[in-house]
Design a protein around this ligand. Structure first.
Ligand code: GLY
Length: 425
């Protein structure tokens, strides 16, 4: 284990059973280097705070698996109005965010504004989609009903059985792998130090979080510690039980196909549907990658890619766009969404002085990256969570949220304290 900031690497700490404390505490210690931890660290460093990120592989985790849909409108659900407001705020932030990040991180992040088409394959799907459309319109969202023929005119690869759909030009996409790589680079340039290890235990002194003990027994100290370890956020030792964030893992399996350059246009926008009750989406990237997702499985921290999972995704995608089965299969993967009881994130103070939360983004981790960075940067710099983020404080679950899911998924692998995989698909 060492620390890295830009190209600088310091030596490893001693490997002893007792925690050895580093001399100079950081201002901010971020546990978890997925998209949410990275954007938090980047924004903190931009505010002049000495910031460290603890993660064995920054930029890995769920960002390696996620399709990157920015689907505030097509993933709207009844009863999630507060989340909708946050999602829309973050979606509106995306253009400026990716421009700033591309500059700061020195690379393109694959932001595409080509829109989304949500289609129905049978009468039941169509009725469900009509319901969604009515809900969208009640919230003043832009969404246009199309007949099956109009859908196929937009996307000629769609199956003849498509019965209608919703055209949502405002639901865009970004490439989460590129986004994560840009955030790692931007953090490095802003002076964030990377500690390539996992947090084993929160350090608490006189009822205040003061940092974390790492897997190798060393301790990092900081004035403010941010828990951003995605689906592992409810499992960190040392967090008082009553304050454990109620976060559980929800597995998503994903398949990556490749549209050969010689093939010509395949899909021009994200296409999605509900087939046999399960959501399936196809997200076409500018570089020819086609991401097909995703299962939704409550199996604890298991990330096995199963034959059945891949079969079902390809079967449903084939029903939607028959040509997919002719494409080369590039990759399969599984990631873990960090779900909360109300599907919304946990942002801000944890109830334990010195410990803040940036976790629980469930299906919206990529979408909520910009607004999470804004809110956490403000909180860490000023001590005040902005008003738009306050509905997402941990206190909405009461003092003890752990019964709602903090330990519901069982132990992650053989060590429930590990914090090695991050956030939402
Ligand atoms: N937001 C897409 C997913 O979670 O699968």
């Amino acid at each position: 284990m060492g620390t890295e900031s830009g190209r600088n690497t310091t030596g490893a700490g001693p490997r002893t059973g007792a925690a050895s404390v580093r001399a100079r505490p950081a201002d901010v210690l971020v546990l978890g280097g997925g998209l949410i931890g990275l954007v938090t660290a980047w924004r903190a460093a931009q505010r002049g705070l000495r910031t460290e990120v603890v993660d064995p592989a920054p930029g890995g985790g769920a960002a390696r698996v996620a399709a990157g849909m920015l689907a505030a409108v097509t993933e709207l659900h009844h009863g999630e109005e507060a989340l909708l407001r946050l999602n829309l705020r973050s979606a509106a932030r995306y253009p400026a965010f990716v421009e700033e990040l591309a500059e700061a991180g020195g690379r393109d992040v694959g932001h595409r504004t080509s829109g989304t088409l949500a289609v129905a394959l049978d009468a039941d799907d169509r009725a469900q989609l009509r319901e969604l459309h009515a809900l969208q319109l009640r919230h003043g969202l832009e969404s246009e009903w199309l007949t099956g023929r109009e859908c196929r005119r937009l996307e000629p690869m769609l199956a003849p059985s498509v019965r209608g759909g919703l055209r949502v030009d405002g639901d865009h996409q970004v490439d989460p792998r590129r986004l994560a790589a840009a955030l790692v680079a931007a953090c490095g340039r802003a002076g964030v130090a990377f500690v390539r290890s996992s947090a084993a235990r929160l350090s608490v002194v006189r009822d205040r979080a003061v940092g974390a003990v790492l897997d190798d027994g060393t301790e990092r100290r900081a004035d403010r510690t941010v828990l951003a370890t995605g689906s592992y956020s409810g499992a960190l030792a040392g967090v008082p039980d009553a304050l454990r964030p109620p976060v559980r893992p929800v597995k998503g399996q994903v398949v990556r196909l490749r549209v050969p350059p010689a093939h010509g246009p395949f899909l021009s926008r994200t296409v999605r549907a509900v087939v046999r009750g399960g959501a399936v989406y196809l997200v076409p990237r500018a570089d020819g990658e086609l991401v097909v997702g995703a299962s939704s499985e409550e199996l604890g921290w298991d990330t096995t890619v199963t034959a059945g999972g891949v079969y079902e995704l390809l079967r449903d995608a084939h029903e939607l766009v028959p040509g997919v089965t002719e494409l080369p299969l590039a990759e399969t993967g599984a990631g873990l969404r960090p779900a909360t009881p109300d599907n919304a994130p946990l942002l801000g103070p944890s109830g334990l002085p010195g410990l803040h939360l940036a976790t629980g983004h469930h299906r919206n981790g990529v979408l909520l990256t910009p607004v999470t960075g804004d809110a956490m940067g403000e909180l860490l710099a000023t001590g005040e969570l902005p008003a738009y983020a306050r509905p997402f404080s941990a206190d909405r679950f009461g003092a003890g949220g752990s019964d709602a899911g903090g330990s519901a998924g069982g132990a992650p692998g053989d060590d429930p304290r590990r914090t090695t995989r991050q956030e939402a698909l």
